[in-house]
Design a protein around this ligand. Structure first.
Ligand code: NAD
Length: 365
């Protein structure tokens, strides 16, 4: 039997870069190194047909450089579709910096990274992602204008995480409406995995609506802080994915929806903030569909952040940010319905709308 792991490993050997599913016509991949500051980064520019590529920078202690490359390719491709489905005139890009932010992140390293972003001349705009703070974007802003997500005091739209969480909340409510005919989350049992910037905001929103929230994180301090603040339960069992609940909200890293976790899952809905939740979008989208779990596509419902940072480029204000983020509710319902009518996965339904928008623009060029 050919397993997912076998396929991925074989592909890495036989077609290590261009043959990866995630390479998918990337326009540019830039490797950035600076020995003085310890910077090792990769910038992926997937597609700029709709506009400049925008996507955050993730700083993470990857096990191997392959993992970092694969992550940036998957993430930047996802950004193309996120911008397209949200109706923004942006392309898709992303950057990763290899290393533990707690150990190697310095102002000098962030500035050097910003200089590399600057060399792309506005083809790529960066922002925050995992391992980054608004203050890091302020540092990058000192060397390049091609950065978003800077502090409000410096003329930016601030950290996008609260808006991202609000968009996920909209997508979650739309999914509840689709499954239970009512969009209230009151009394619903929700598993939130990862209570960082976005996860904590999501916990706040769903708890205030009366949901029963179970949280999981690798950071004990955060677990205690969030459980005390919002009166939520910390998960202490052996298999988080096997917990019976209504909704699973992945808000840590991606690729948690795998053949193994789908076997365990006992939820009706998956709706969370993490990028690239499906380990393999072709295989695992179908497995979820077969199991009858409604999957709200990640790149659709976590678009609040990009809507927030795009305001810095387009110059729109708070009201429009909220309005565009609330549209995620309607788009989610439309896509879940479209997928059912056409008998396709929700991910495929969302992708087809995004691809159509990009294709239309390409034809007009
Ligand atoms: P964050 O770094 O603030 O939070 C991530 C949290 O996940 C941390 O608390 C971390 O301890 C926890 N975590 C890591 N590995 C874990 C594991 N194996 N199990 C449980 N918890 C684990 O990041 P964030 O900004 O909150 O982003 C969360 C996710 O949402 C990421 O995948 C990110 O790409 C995606 N996302 C974020 C934004 C945004 O605006 N910040 C926008 C779109 C998508």
């Amino acid at each position: 039997m050919i397993t997912d792991a076998y396929t991925v490993n074989q592909l890495k050997k036989e077609a290590p870069v261009f043959g990866q599913l995630s390479f998918d016509d990337h326009e540019q991949i830039v490797f950035c190194q600076d020995k003085d500051t310890g910077l090792n980064a990769i910038i992926g520019v997937h597609n700029t047909i709709l506009g400049p590529a925008l996507g955050g920078t993730r700083m993470y202690d990857y096990a191997t450089e392959w993992d970092a490359l694969n992550d940036v390719l998957r993430l930047s491709r996802g950004m193309t579709y996120k911008a397209a489905i949200t109706g923004l005139n942006l392309g898709g890009g992303k950057a990763v910096i290899i290393g533990d932010p707690k150990k190697i992140k310095t102002e000098a390293l962030m500035k050097r990274f910003g200089e590399f972003v600057h060399t792309l001349g506005g083809t790529y705009y960066t922002a925050e992602d995992v391992g980054m703070e608004t203050s890091d974007m302020d540092t990058v802003r000192e060397v390049t204008p091609y950065v978003t997500g800077i502090s409000e005091s410096k003329g930016g739209a601030g950290n996008p995480s609260a808006v991202t969480a609000y968009g996920v909340y909209m997508g979650m409510k739309a999914s509840a409406k689709y499954v239970y005919s009512k969009d209230t989350l009151e009394g619903k049992k929700i598993l939130v995995e990862g209570i960082g910037h976005v996860g904590e905001e999501l916990v706040k929103l769903v708890s205030s609506e009366g949901a029963q929230v179970i949280i999981s994180d690798i950071d004990e301090d955060k677990l205690h802080k969030v459980s005390t603040k919002y009166n939520t339960t910390i998960y202490r069992g052996d298999d988080f994915y096997a917990e019976t609940a209504d909704i699973y909200a992945p808000c840590a890293l991606g690729a948690t929806i795998t053949t193994k976790t789908i076997d365990s899952l006992k939820v009706k809905i998956i709706a969370g903030a993490a990028n690239n939740q499906l380990e393999n979008e072709n295989v695992h989208g179908v497995s979820l569909q077969k199991k009858g779990i409604v999957y709200a596509p990640d790149f659709l419902i976590n678009a609040g952040g990009i809507i927030n940072v795009y305001a810095e480029i387009e110059g729109y204000g708070r009201n429009q940010i909220i309005e565009k983020t609330e549209n995620i509710y309607t788009t989610t319902l439309d896509i879940l319905t479209k997928a059912k009518v056409l008998g396709i996965t929700t991910n495929a339904a969302a992708l087809s709308i995004a691809e159509e928008r990009i294709m239309n623009k390409k034809m007009k060029k």
